[in-house]
Write a protein that binds this ligand. Structure first.
Ligand SMILES: Cc1cc2nc3c(=O)[nH]c(=O)nc-3n(C[C@H](O)[C@H](O)[C@H](O)COP(=O)(O)OP(=O)(O)OC[C@H]3O[C@@H](n4cnc5c(N)ncnc54)[C@H](O)[C@@H]3O)c2cc1C
Ligand code: FES
Length: 337
């Protein structure tokens, strides 16, 4: 199918189930995007002629009004006829580029054998992010920015923290291991993502594994700071063993400062018993599912981390009677997905 951007002489084609975004990037077009999986809304565009098919529901990233006006998420839309799209997304791209913030490395520390914490300091204006959002981090030698969730609330102090998994051959990972000395430069794109808590003090139930703890820590920190009303909260953390629990010190500190006495419950589900953690459950999340959701049937549920864990947990919750609109999911897809 031919895809034409209004006002531009060039058009490009898409093949089979290829999305508008994938086709645009293959053709070298300057199309704005962030997550590539229908979560951030940065690839949105308005189809002014022709038909597309949505791979997934565009809501809640697009409103019903926007969908009615012809807006689609280019990373989730497949052309079923030749299409023409409005060029207004180019303005969004320029605005987003201007919104990129310069920063330097403040500190890097190992949290687990596979996970590091990166603390950065903004050198000019700092972005304002909502706990739960993520941003694209760019470093020298990286063509596509890598998405990482803010692991700290926005305190307005010019610092931000990220929790990052190490891939032996990952490009950002290699920079973090070899080049991220104090003062090394990086760029942080605009905050993305639709996750935010509501002010009504619904209980909060969080499921996470690995670096999925990052947005959870940011959200818990915001509740402790008073930005959100206090509420009961259970955080379920799945890990191999104690050595692989990232952010444990910060979680325990937040539990002592929680605005409701004993209101933050930490539940560890460990697949190995090598170094015992008091009160930890053993085995798989689903061996204990009833216990993990007990008392939280009306909660807002945040699920963050590897896509497999997120999807399985989402299914488990729906089967246990939770409604889709209770669930906030944060899939940590790799850059190439
Ligand atoms: C919304 C969102 C939030 C995220 N938040 C976080 C976070 O807080 N912390 C975190 O650690 N991660 C997070 N991620 C995931 C992170 O962005 C990716 O894991 C990222 O790709 C890591 O970058 P890298 O440069 O280190 O590794 P990459 O260079 O991207 O490589 C990662 C792995 O993929 C392999 N690979 C590369 N290309 C291909 C290919 N074509 N086919 C198959 N395998 C390939 C590499 O060999 C390597 O093993 C998030 C992702 C999203 C979408
Ligand atoms: S890139 Fe399409 S919604 Fe994020």
């Amino acid at each position: 199918m031919r895809i034409t951007v209004q006002g531009q002489r060039e058009s490009f084609s898409s093949r089979g189930q290829q999305t508008l975004l994938a086709a645009a990037l293959d053709a070298g077009a300057d199309w704005p995007y962030g997550c590539r999986v229908g979560m951030c809304g940065r690839c949105r565009c308005r189809v002014v002629a022709g038909k597309t098919q949505a791979l997934n529901n565009y809501e809640p990233v697009l409103t019903a009004d926007e969908i009615e006006q012809g807006y689609v998420l280019a990373c989730r839309a497949v052309a079923v006829t030749d299409v023409e799209v409005s060029s207004s997304h180019i303005d969004e791209l320029n605005a987003a580029r201007e919104a990129a913030h310069r920063a330097t490395v403040h500190a890097v520390r190992d949290l687990t054998p596979l996970v590091k914490e990166l603390q950065i300091e903004f050198t000019g204006s700092a972005p304002v992010w909502e706990a739960g959002q993520y941003a694209g981090l760019s470093v020298p030698g990286l063509v596509d920015a890598r998405n990482f969730s803010f692991a700290s609330a926005c305190r307005g102090d010019g610092f931000a923290t990220f929790i990052i998994r190490h891939f032996e051959d990952g490009i950002f990972s290699q920079w973090l291991t070899r080049d991220a000395a104090r003062g090394a430069a990086l760029t942080v794109g605009p905050p993305n993502g639709q996750y935010h808590l509501r002010q009504i003090p619904d209980p909060l139930l969080c499921f996470c594994a690995g670096t999925g703890i990052a947005p959870v820590l940011a959200i818990l920190e915001e509740i402790v700071s008073g930005a959100f009303s206090p509420r009961q909260c259970r955080v379920v953390i799945a890990a191999r063993d104690k050595a692989h629990l990232a952010g444990l010190d910060r979680l325990q500190d937040l539990a002592t400062r929680w605005p409701i006495a004993d209101g933050l419950e930490l539940v560890f589900v460990l697949s190995r018993q090598s170094d015992p953690v008091p009160d930890a459950l053993h085995g798989h999340l689903f061996d204990h599912f009833e216990r993990l959701v007990e008392g939280y049937g009306n909660a807002t549920v945040l699920i963050a981390g590897p896509p497999g864990l997120v999807e399985a947990t989402e299914l488990g919750l729906l089967k246990s009677g939770f409604h889709g609109d209770q669930l906030i999911t944060d899939r940590f897809l790799p850059a190439w997905a």
